[in-house]
Design a protein around this ligand. Structure first.
Ligand SMILES: CSC[C@H]1O[C@H](OP(=O)(O)O)[C@H](O)[C@@H]1O
Length: 347
């Protein structure tokens, strides 16, 4: 099951708002449709958002390819701005758009139609690269997974959040494939239930033992010695190793520290943002109050109740035991080791 796929000139997006009950690919015919799919979370998950935006940018180029070059280039700035305005926290969105714009500028001397073809190939390359990175990350990360491990995870950092295989779930898949008999506790992850709807779905499809719990049960399991490690994804990792991830991640990290349980983050280079010094600098998306007052369209809270709905939180670096990447396992001191791995001049 792919979060998105390019089929005969059309971007098909798996509508994750309808999973797991309905498996439906929606066809996005233009970049505005892709922007709406990102904003409405039909496609979600940091790397998947990056891929979708890359294809959206390429589709924008195709839509405008009959314009004179100067007008074409001007329109492409609007395309980038619309896609960049969809969600603020996952840096993969901006990483992908910057990479697409860089490619555009490299070939801006060509005819718009030629540029559009080149941009489509770049979007395909971003998508394929993410899949390859996830598999590499999985191989490195599974070295941290003892046989028989009972793993707690939060939200969905699986194939549905990426171009395939997953980041945190990619590590779990690789451990399972290596014969390590892992079992997973999946936080349901209020308010949008990515854990209940997506992670449980993915792991059951793969035959990986998964038990669904509510978010407020995590502490109970950890204190009772039912969890050997926690592994989550990320939406942005800053230069000092602070991590933005789905709301509730910070609480899990505190509970893990309190119970002396290893806490791991899995993410590719496109999630690392060395331009930000710390997690305090990461914009945190606030979403529609209806995501909290309603479930499946059914009101569960009083009309008019005040709501606060931050979609992410920040886990400070001292609570993170290792960051699993496609280049290996990164440990403290994160500022030094992230710079060494991803900074200027890194190999
Ligand atoms: C592999 S990154 C997945 C990451 O994205 C999720 O957020 P959302 O579902 O709102 O896009 C969550 O933070 C996951 O850890």
């Amino acid at each position: 099951m792919e979060s998105l796929r390019w089929r005969e000139g059309i971007l098909e997006i798996l509508d994750q708002t309808r999973l797991p009950l309905t498996i439906e690919y929606v066809q996005s015919s233009d970049y505005l449709a892709v922007a709406n799919a990102i904003k409405s979370m039909q496609v979600r998950g940091a790397p998947a958002i990056g891929s979708a935006a890359a294809f959206g940018y390429a589709m924008g180029a195709r839509e405008h390819q009959n314009l004179p070059r100067e007008q074409f280039l001007a329109e492409m700035q609007e395309v980038k701005q619309v896609l960049a305005s969809t969600r603020p926290t996952a840096v993969n969105l901006f990483w992908a758009l910057d990479r697409m714009e860089k490619k555009l500028l490299e070939v801006s001397h060509l005819q718009p139609a030629e540029i559009a073809d080149i941009l489509l190939e770049e979007a395909k390359a971003i998508h394929q690269e993410d899949l390859e990175l996830n598999r590499r990350m999985g191989e490195y990360g599974q070295q941290l997974i003892p046989s028989g491990a009972r793993i707690l995870t939060h939200c969905n950092a699986g194939a549905l959040a990426t171009a395939g295989f997953g980041t945190a779930l990619g590590v779990i898949r690789a451990a399972h494939a290596a014969g390590k008999q892992v079992q997973v506790y999946a936080d349901e992850t209020r308010p949008l239930l990515q854990g209940a709807r997506l992670t449980a779905f993915e792991l059951m499809q793969d035959g990986i033992p998964v038990t669904l719990i509510t978010d407020n049960m995590a502490g109970y399991l950890m204190r009772r010695g039912m969890v050997d490690l926690v592994i989550v994804g990320a939406d942005r990792i800053t230069a000092n190793g602070d991590v933005a991830n789905k709301i509730g991640t910070y609480g899990l990290a505190v509970l893990a520290k309190e119970n002396k349980i290893p806490f791991y983050v899995a993410a590719p280079y496109s999630t690392v943002d060395l331009t930000l010094a710390s997690g305090d600098d990461i914009p945190i998306e606030e979403r529609d109050p209806r995501e909290i007052t309603h479930i499946c369209g059914q009101r569960i809270a009083p009309e008019g109740v005040k709501v606060f709905n931050p979609a992410f939180d920040i886990t400070p670096n001292y609570l993170i035991d290792a960051i699993i990447t496609e280049k290996g396992i990164i440990r403290k001191p994160y500022k030094v080791n992230l710079q060494k791995t991803y900074g200027e001049g890194a190999k």
